[in-house]
Design a protein around this ligand. Sequence first.
Ligand SMILES: NC(=O)c1ccc[n+]([C@@H]2O[C@H](COP(=O)([O-])OP(=O)(O)OC[C@H]3O[C@@H](n4cnc5c(N)ncnc54)[C@H](OP(=O)(O)O)[C@@H]3O)[C@@H](O)[C@H]2O)c1
Length: 345
Amino acid sequence: MSKVFNWGIIGPGRIAHKFANDLGVLPNAKLHAVASRSLDKALEFANKYSAVHAYGSYREIISCPDLDAIYIATPHPWHCENTLMCLEHNIPVLCEKPMGMNAKEVRQMIGLAKFQNTFLMEALWTRFLPTTKKVLELIAEGAIGEVNTVKADFGFKATFDAKHRLFNQSLGGGSLLDVGIYPVFLACLILGKPNSISAEASIGKSNVDENCGIVLKFDNQKLALLHASIVSNTKCEARIYGDKGVIQINSRWHEPTSITWYPEEGEPQDFFFEFDSFGYKHEIIEVQNCLASNKIESEDLSFDFSIDLAEVMDNIRIQAGIFYPMYDHFTEKEIATKANNFSQN
Ligand SMILES: NC(=O)c1ccc[n+]([C@@H]2O[C@H](COP(=O)([O-])OP(=O)(O)OC[C@H]3O[C@@H](n4cnc5c(N)ncnc54)[C@H](OP(=O)(O)O)[C@@H]3O)[C@@H](O)[C@H]2O)c1
């Protein structure tokens, strides 16, 4: 019988419920432990998903017996601290996106994973969906010729609440870090690391970006046109344009959906995929496969990719004026240099 992986969760909030559900659809994964700042909440969560251990503080989960991996599901500003705590104790980590508040944190986390020889991966689950894999396959087969442009948006209308994580600056609020990371991820996955960045944001009354528009420019004049919002329901579509056709990842493109291939000649072709979960099971399978092979990083979502992504996000923030004074480390000189010429970095 294949090994069953025992998972722990830190921060049993909204996304942790979906993740715990998806652990339950895999025959070789189960929720083993949960840690909350409230013991009552941990017990309730553990009870709902049949976990054996419940802890009323994050630190206690470190001593949990028989734990194979921990999923960090706290708001972004705690990802770094929670991840470092697990890695220091050699516990493999799957950490929610964005991996850190900035590239400095991401480098620190990955540095410790390497030093401790312990697995770490950013929970950019879209990377592992069958839709994404099919898109990469079609591109590699030349189905749309040479890709020249990626267009993607991710926006939803959230009810304003200055205390909620989405609108609260000290909880890492704003559209770019929460949903904008998905279009940026897709552009970098397909086109690599950009050479230059233009970005603008509308900063709302709670000082976070409510809308963010981004243009990335890559080698060979390739472009990405991206949009994120937490104040409007956008189409949530992604299109990849080539010189011989187009691939559309249908709405909402970042989660389980279908894709349509528009070849230069002939009829469009749809590809549908069956989904028996929220879609998180694919990243869980990737983590488990890596652990079973004693790998400390995923080849499909590597350390370098997460660092590059975080650097691109930092530079979008600098361009668009999205700052978190309590977490940022940018110097005036860095801001001026990067804002003027990202490509020299
Ligand atoms: N992959 C995806 O599809 C997806 C979707 C949504 C969100 N996310 C990511 O997942 C993370 C969590 O998002 P969420 O929507 O699940 O957040 P959430 O429900 O607002 O918070 C998650 C949990 O974090 C803990 N927490 C620790 N410090 C906190 C603080 N100072 N204030 C509030 N909560 C705190 C709380 O658990 P305890 O009080 O029990 O300790 C809370 O229940 C974010 O980084 C987000 O980007 C990913």
